[in-house]
Design a protein around this ligand. Structure first.
Ligand code: DX5
Ligand code: ZN
Length: 215
């Protein structure tokens, strides 16, 4: 599954950017940053609510925000297909996952660059998706960190041996030269910002990425 990130799109033409990958992308990845959990600021609920009416693509909301217990369910209510929040920002991740599911979305748990995955493996049965950052969360266009794929491998082993129904998503620096390594490590869902919306033809870029991930 390929989820283009609108962080790399033209924020004045988000509906056009979504339309450019409708039919090629599986999900639209929406990065919400609050200037507190990360030093960057992007968009919030009003934009997600408006954009929801402008495309049929399912939304994969990635909340890089403080206090997800308070805000995350509202993204589910706004019609997000999946809502992912950061483990580092949550005191009771399983409770938030439960609230997200009750509000009508799937629940994702994100692990930032400096957070080991081991402490969260036992929580995975509460989730539909595990997002493993392959950069430090906060900005698009950063260089992929291959060492972080060790976390993907550990998660994949855990998911397979535990027979869990869970997507493993990678986010950050995923591009034509890195996506195959991500897939090999065990990721099945790929966020790509610059590699899609920085390309001349975003739809063609999505198709090339999918082909490279499928080996
Ligand atoms: C960064 C965001 C990413 C970002 C990735 O914190 O979570 O989704 O858009 O951008 P690229 O693909 O350019 O690294
Ligand atoms: Zn993201």
């Amino acid at each position: 599954m390929i989820a283009p990130s609108i962080l790399a799109a033209d924020f004045a033409r988000l509906a056009d950017s979504a339309a450019a990958v409708e039919g090629s992308a599986d999900w639209l990845h929406v990065d919400v940053m609050d200037y507190h959990f990360v030093p960057n600021l992007t968009i919030g609920l009003p934009v997600v609510q408006s954009l929801r009416k402008a495309t049929t693509l399912p939304f994969d909301c990635h909340l890089m925000i403080a206090d997800p217990a308070r805000w995350a369910p509202q993204y589910a209510e706004a019609g997000a297909y999946n809502v992912t929040f950061h483990a580092e920002a949550a005191t009771d991740p399983a409770a938030i996952a439960k609230d997200l599911r009750a509000a009508g979305s799937r629940a994702g748990l994100a692990i930032d660059r400096d957070t080991p995955v081991e402490g969260y493996l036992d929580l995975l049965p509460h989730f539909d998706l595990l997002l493993i950052m392959t950069i430090k969360a906060g900005f698009g266009g950063q260089a992929f960190i291959p060492e972080l794929l060790d976390k993907v491998r550990a998660a994949r082993r855990h998911v397979d041996t535990g027979h869990l129904e869970l997507r493993i998503e990678v986010d950050g620096g995923v591009a034509e030269d890195t996506i195959a390594a991500c897939a090999e490590a065990g990721a099945d869902t790929f966020v790509a910002g610059t590699a899609v919306f920085g390309a001349e033809d975003p739809a063609a870029a999505v198709r090339r990425l999918r082909a490279l991930a499928s080996g």
